[in-house]
Write a protein that binds this ligand. Sequence first.
Ligand code: AMP
Length: 382
Amino acid sequence: MTENAEATRMSTPPEGQPSTNHPASPAATAHTTHHGHEGTFVRPSDLLRPRTVSRPKAPPKPERPIDRDERTGLKAIRDFLRVRNCYEVLPLSFRLIELDVGLTVKESLNIMVQCNIVSAPLWDSTTSTYAGLLTVNDYLNVVRYYNLHADKLKDVDKLLLTDLKEVEKFLNVKPPETVSASPETVLYDALRKQLLSRARRIPLVSYDSDTQRTMVVSVITQYRILKFIAMNVKETEMLRKPLEMIKLGTYGNIVRCSMDTTVLDVIDEMVVKNISSVPVVTTEGVLLNVFEAVDVIEILKTGDYGNLTWTVGKALAARSPTHPGIYCCSLEDGLDTIFDTIRKSRVHRLMIVDENNYLKGVLSLGDILHYILVEGQEDAQS
Ligand code: AMP
């Protein structure tokens, strides 16, 4: 039905009342002008009559075994997340590297590279408080800033982590998400909060009531949470519905690049679209590799911002030989096999390809978390 037809139907008057039209609808405006009825304003809801005849409801379709299993699997995961807290996600032994906000961006980059980490909580030693999470997005912002301000590049080594706020302000980008949770927070609640904020990590911050100070305990990533689920919920085996059927992942408007695209252009796309990777494809659309936001750290560690004019091909060739590679799956895969892969390997995302390696879609860990928390919640409060 067209918009105009809908507007006309909505303006049918109740029996015994004069015809009056909603001035905002195009059809109604034309009608009003024609008859010269300019005065009365009647909201469309006033014109709707209560339905007297109720249409017979179609009988519910019988649930297929695959749907029932999917629902059972999802419920098992949610029940599990409701009885576990954030602290339990942490491994028995782990390290935490916190960076003082007084460090320079260059120093922070060196530490990231030496310690093989891609994010770190910030600590403000002047106030003894947690000051947010430093992530690769901050470095992407720095790159964009100096690209617009080549004249300031000579002072790049003096840029402090505290100056990042100015960089964000200048670029008019949202400051990084500061969502955090206490380690005792129920995992399900922490994840729902994370989902709303679109943050990719949850810093666990505890509060010591004796000293009235906060303390960062650790940072949990989407990968660690999914791995925790994969290791502990055997019902993940029941999630057999193919990605194609559950429409999980992104399929339209995929941001892609070629081996000849410059790193700078890819960074721009990643920041503007708020994505953490860009698949590298041939002109025909065959997947060759994936440029990840974390690849920028390797390029910047030399301090040579000129390297950002490198092509993606050159940047990928400079990757460490220990890079784990790219994980792919097909539209026929279900979350059962994907959880199996997560159980065994450190997966950060999956590229969805067909049997000839043509890129079909991108499946991020955030997409999976969103599905296991939200799917079917509207019709079943499971
Ligand atoms: P991520 O970058 O992994 O945090 O993903 C954020 C959202 O963007 C998810 O819904 C992904 O499916 C989607 N996404 C990730 N990479 C791309 C891309 N290159 N093009 C389009 N969408 C993407």
